[in-house]
Design a protein around this ligand. Structure first.
Ligand code: BDR
Ligand code: CA
Length: 311
């Protein structure tokens, strides 16, 4: 199984990404979960991560709290999408499992230093603050990362928080810039692909038909979460952005993309946080990321539903 650290700001779609990982121990070994401020402030994202672990009886997974604000900017949140808890939809009870001692950034650094080089994959599902802070603090870990598989950015689908930028990159563009320039192998799940992974009514019914605590929880979360996208984009259901990351670890053949140059806009007020992706190869800037553009959405939902049934 691939050893991973999930860096996250739950978020209903983050929660589904975590559940998919925990349901797939043959392919994925979750070493720990690091919470970051994003969709909602840090006290809520770290709590939500623990709620998800406890939901499936995995209080053994260490959950660390990380950065409570972007590297150089005030935090922008997304309660308009995720609700005031960040996990609106199901009824939530406070977790009893404690937060792990120590800072998420130190956990990332120590894990990469203590595991063999090239054996730990980072899976960021929120703003890239924790990852960039770890790289700033301990540049020696950069070459030890096996791969970074992240949700963020957009190219043909442009933005969801501004006309030009996707939320995770927009919230901490300086952090994203550090990560994209790090030299680590990177796979990007931008809105171009996540907007194809929609929880339509029949797909949501399939979660509910699992007739389990997890199936009901996921159906209730996606029903809340879809309100924003259906109203805004007229889409057929909630886009499951972050689970694309964990699905890619399990079944990469569901996804296709291009290995291209991707750079982050950090200066312009108008296009701050834009992922400038050289999809057509019109520059000679070196490729630094695999930018995913397409997915077998039915295959994705078959996988997700089958795995959630195991929990
Ligand atoms: C990303 O932003 C958050 O709202 C979601 O959890 C996802 O990570 C989509 O732009
Ligand atoms: Ca997220």
């Amino acid at each position: 199984a691939r050893k991973i650290i999930i860096d996250t700001d739950p978020g209903q779609d983050d929660a589904v990404a975590i559940l998919l990982a925990l349901a797939s121990p043959e392919e994925i070994d979750v070493l720990g979960i690091t919470a970051v401020a994003g969709n909602v402030p840090l006290p809520l994202t770290q709590k939500n991560a623990r709620i998800i672990c406890e939901l499936v009886g995995r209080s053994d997974i260490p959950v660390y709290a990380g950065c409570d604000a972007p590297l150089r900017r005030p935090l922008v949140t997304a309660e308009h999408v995720h609700g005031k808890t960040g996990l609106d939809g199901p009824e939530l009870t406070d977790p009893t499992m404690p937060l792990a001692d120590g800072h998420a950034v130190d956990f990332i650094v120590e894990t990469l230093r203590s595991q063999s080089s090239g054996t730990v994959t980072l899976c960021p599902l929120g703003p890239l603050t924790n990852i960039a802070a770890a790289f700033n603090k301990a540049p020696d870990i950069i070459e030890k990362v096996q791969e970074i598989i992240l949700m963020g950015g957009a190219y043909f689908e442009v933005g969801n928080i501004t006309p030009a930028a996707e939320f995770n990159i927009y919230v901490d563009p300086e952090a994203a810039d550090i990560v994209f320039k790090s030299g680590c192998p990177i796979v990007v799940m931008p809105l171009d692909v996540t907007h194809k992974v929609l929880v339509t009514k029949p797909r949501c019914d399939a979660f509910r038909a699992l007739d389990s605590k997890v199936g009901t929880f996921v159906a209730q979360m996606t029903e809340f979460f879809e309100r924003f996208d259906v109203a805004k984009y007229g889409s057929a259901g909630a886009p499951l952005h972050d689970p694309c990351v964990t699905a890619y670890l399990i079944r990469p053949a569901l996804f296709t993309g291009r290995h291209i140059n991707v750079e982050i806009e950090t200066q312009s007020e108008l296009t701050l946080g834009m992922t400038v992706a050289d999809w057509w190869g019109v520059t000679d800037r070196p490729a630094n990321a695999t930018f995913i553009g397409d997915v077998d959405a039915d295959g994705f939902f078959d996988l997700l539903t089958e795995r959630l049934a195991r929990l």
